[in-house]
Design a protein around this ligand. Structure first.
Ligand SMILES: Cc1cc2nc3c(=O)[nH]c(=O)nc-3n(C[C@H](O)[C@H](O)[C@H](O)COP(=O)(O)O)c2cc1C
Length: 315
């Protein structure tokens, strides 16, 4: 089976393979995004970029927990203008970079999109879902009306595909997603981190300077899978699954739930060069199950029968 079998077509967005670096985990410099692509990722999402430079929170901003970590980085980033300069350096290289952006309201989102749009990258991802930054995170991502406004205003600023990255911290997941899709979102990313509050037993106090943070890693995979499954029940738009992927088996779980591609964040901290391994695992699973192409597996958990049953048969 050739690598062609795992090429991904998500509307106008085409990726050579479904393993994508998730936003933000390696900081705001573009170099790690480029490294991920060099190491075989089918795409890579930048740190979320806002309207102006932002330092982020005081240390400690990261705590390890069972099967994951809690971060409250605070969206440190160089701001749209400086990041546009970084992007100019890779002009003409046709790299599968997705640019993540955030803002406090639809005008800020639109301003950031305009400042960055005139560069070579393949899509925007809207961070509507950071659980630990007041005013720009879940306040937006839990409000369907605001999400609709943000997506509409970004769509007006760009001809590039726009993915809305959703929060798992709301009962209104499907409602928020519908607002994004109705406003013209080309796809959904599910999900961002889960709001958490780690405590240090020695100090007896909050472990993160910010108190609240976002849980990521293996601990959140079943929740992320549930979100993707719920979204695929309702929508036909492309979905990138995100949350706790660290092996090809996890990626397959997301495809079965309905994701067209997966994003990998926390697991790349300890194993950056995992994209090729993931892709090889996916290819050998497809071979073993007699499934000719990855897109035939997408959403199979919603259908009856085991993966591969009846695939490729005439009639
Ligand atoms: C240190 C750290 C920084 C992150 N920064 C961002 C960010 O800037 N924008 C964003 O949309 N998500 C950000 N995320 C969330 C990840 O992109 C991803 O949605 C989440 O961690 C779940 O995936 P994972 O379990 O594979 O890490 C960050 C996660 C971590 C751990």
């Amino acid at each position: 089976m050739s690598v062609e079998a795992i090429a991904v077509k998500m509307g106008r967005l085409q990726l050579a393979n479904p393993a994508v670096l998730a936003s933000g985990v390696h900081g705001s410099s573009l170099s790690k995004v480029l490294d991920a692509i060099r190491f075989g990722a089918g795409g890579a999402v930048t740190k979320s970029i806002g309207p102006r430079p932002r330092e982020g929170n005081r240390e400690p901003t990261l705590v390890e927990v069972d099967s994951g970590m809690v971060n409250a980085a605070g969206l440190p980033n160089p701001g749209a203008e400086r990041f546009a300069e970084e992007l100019r350096a890779v002009r003409g290289k046709r790299l599968p970079i997705l640019v993540s952006i955030f803002g406090a309201d639809e005008e800020e989102f639109q301003g950031v999109a305009r400042a960055l749009d005139d560069n070579d990258f393949i899509a925007f991802e809207l961070n509507l879902s950071c659980p630990h930054v007041a005013g720009v995170g879940t306040e937006i991502g839990h409000d369907p009306e605001l999400v609709g406004k943000v997506v509409k205003s970004v769509k007006r600023a760009t001809g590039k595909p726009v993915f809305a990255k959703l929060s798992p911290n709301t009962e209104r997941l499907v409602e928020v997603a519908r607002a994004a899709v109705d406003a013209g979102a080309d796809g959904l990313t599910a999900v961002n981190t889960i709001r958490a509050f780690p405590i240090d037993v020695e100090t007896g106090r909050q472990a993160l300077s910010n108190g609240f943070g976002g849980l990521s890693g293996g601990a959140i995979r079943p929740v992320a899978l549930r979100c993707v499954y719920e979204l695929r029940e309702e929508f036909e738009v492309p979905i990138m699954g995100c949350g706790g992927v660290s092996s090809w088996e996890h990626a397959i779980q997301f495809f079965l739930a309905g994701a067209d591609a997966v994003q990998i964040g926390t697991a790349t901290i300890t194993k950056f060069a995992m994209f090729n391994e993931l892709n090889l695992g996916i290819i050998s699973y497809l071979e073993r199950k007699g499934i000719p192409r990855l897109d035939e597996l997408v959403g199979a958990a919603h259908r009856s029968g085991a993966p591969g049953d009846g695939v490729g048969e005439a009639g």
